[in-house]
Design a protein around this ligand. Structure first.
Ligand code: SF4
Length: 474
């Protein structure tokens, strides 16, 4: 099963630039479709030239992808990926235009195959919203997809692939259904500062008297990622955070999807700046993290450019916490990058020992994980110790345990947008609590992850991104 170890997961795996509204239901399927497109291209380009010939791609979406996929624009993401668009490189508008283009003319553009060979995909005829079993067997994961390349009735290529949360995808062996490693964690390296638990990470920092982010930087060098490249990419990610907040704060209107949810970040921000909002116990600026989180999540819900943090559903929380702290503490770019690096350690630990997928463990794995990451990053940026970082992350997880995923109409809007605001406030509170203590606490981060995983296993399927229980019932 991938990934094998938390210390091999790069900060750039945890923070990926993409499009909303969902990392598991939008970015993952788009990445998978793009991957299948490459496989098809490589296969067909090698075949001897034939006279005019047509192939068809069929896509089957199973489980949670089927249950909430239309609200999460999974079909549009598949069309975008098959067309050749990438969640990171392509603009959201061009990605979402692929569906209409394919409805008008269901032939995918493969310039390398010439004029005679055509590959067809019609979104209404060749995409199947399937059930919770595949060929009579239970699914290997709640977010399972199957891509088929057909020549007439014959299948000439098959890819079964999972969207395991945060935009990560994992192919599955078509016979054994064994999950295959994917991404940057496929090769195991002999790292200078190995860790695969919260305790081991803290021990490495304390034993070597190194800053927590430096442990990751040194390990990543051995994995082939230089510090210069890492910091360049992190600075791009911080820029996307900022542009996303700015767009959210300046855009009004109704979010797509039919729920008639009004965008409110702009109005809230204006009230906050004017000092006209009712204050409960603090200054009007106390609303900042909530307003910033709502701004980003409204952008996400509108299918805009966001960063997985660690998922799209939870994409507003970390930008909100980091921007709030940057403004109040005048943090440098380097400090913000260090905060992201430390936050990514927590995300990687959750990914390996529990899950960051709402379809697997509910929202505790998305907003809960993001809260823990933000709290850990905040403590790191404000000069806390490794023990305090671990404690802040544990507080962030502990107080989201059991939180369900029940988005109304399968849209990443209610409760998701406000949930990020709540999580941002909790993250700041967790950081304050941890910084006020010496890092000694009863429940460890590692234990809280065991509990998250078991709670997710015990949770009824209707509360795991299927829109069939809880708030989703209205
Ligand atoms: S409820 Fe939470 S886990 Fe579910 S879609 Fe919304 S943000 Fe993601």
């Amino acid at each position: 099963m991938n990934p094998v170890r938390a210390d091999h997961i790069s900060p750039l795996d945890m923070f990926k630039i993409g499009v909303g509204p969902s990392s598991s239901h939008t970015v993952g399927p788009m990445v998978a479709a793009l991957e299948f497109r490459k496989i098809v291209s490589e296969l067909l380009v090698k075949l001897p030239a034939k006279s005019a010939h047509q192939y068809t791609i069929k896509v089957e979406l199973y489980g949670s992808l089927s249950a909430t996929g239309s609200g999460h624009q999974t079909d549009g993401a598949v069309c975008g990926g098959l067309w050749g668009y990438s969640p990171k490189e392509s603009m959201p508008d061009e990605i979402w235009s692929a569906t209409e283009k394919l409805k008008k003319n269901p032939i995918l553009p493969f310039a390398e195959l010439g004029d005679k060979v055509k590959v067809r995909f019609h979104p209404d005829e060749d995409l199947v919203w399937a059930a919770w079993t595949m060929d009579g067997k239970p699914l290997p994961h709640p977010n399972t997809m199957r891509f088929l390349l057909k020549e007439g009735e014959n299948t000439i290529k098959e890819l079964i692939i999972l969207s395991v949360g945060g935009g990560f995808v994992e192919p599955v062996d078509a016979v054994t259904w064994e999950r295959q490693p994917a991404g940057s964690s496929t090769t195991i390296h002999d790292l200078p500062y190995p860790y695969n638990s919260g305790k081991e990470f803290v021990d490495q920092c304390n034993k070597h008297k190194m800053a927590p982010w430096q442990i990751v930087v040194e390990n990543q060098k051995v994995c082939g990622l230089s510090e210069l490249k890492l910091r360049e990419e992190l600075s791009k990610i911080l820029a996307v955070f900022d542009s996303c907040v700015e767009r959210g704060l300046s855009t009004e209107g109704i979010l797509p999807g039919g729920l008639n949810v009004k965008r409110r970040a702009k109005a809230l921000h204006e009230q906050m700046l004017a000092g006209t909002k009712v204050t409960v116990y603090s200054s009007p600026a106390g609303l900042k993290p909530s307003v910033y989180a709502i701004a980003v999540n409204e952008e996400n819900a509108a299918g805009g450019r966001v960063v997985t943090a660690p998922t799209n559903g939870s994409s507003g929380l970390i930008p909100a916490v980091f921007r709030t702290l940057q403004e109040s503490h005048e943090l440098s770019q380097e400090t913000l990058q260090n905060g992201l690096i430390v936050a990514s350690v927590v995300g990687a630990l959750v990914k390996v020992h529990a899950s960051i997928s709402g379809a697997e463990v509910g929202c505790q794995g998305e907003v809960g994980t993001s809260c823990a990451m933000a709290a850990a990053g905040a403590v790191a940026m404000l000069g806390g110790s490794a023990d305090q970082i671990e404690q802040a992350a544990e507080i962030g997880i502990e107080h989201h345990l059991g939180m369900t995923c029940d988005p109304i109409k399968g849209l990443v809007q209610v409760p998701c947008i406000e949930r990020n605001a709540m999580g941002a406030v909790k993250a700041l509170n967790a950081a304050e609590l941890a910084l006020a203590c010496d890092g000694t606490h009863l429940i460890s981060l590692d234990r809280s992850l065991e509990v998250m995983k078991q709670t997710g296993l015990d949770m009824n399927q209707k509360y795991k991104e299927t829109a069939t229980g809880g708030l989703a019932l209205g």
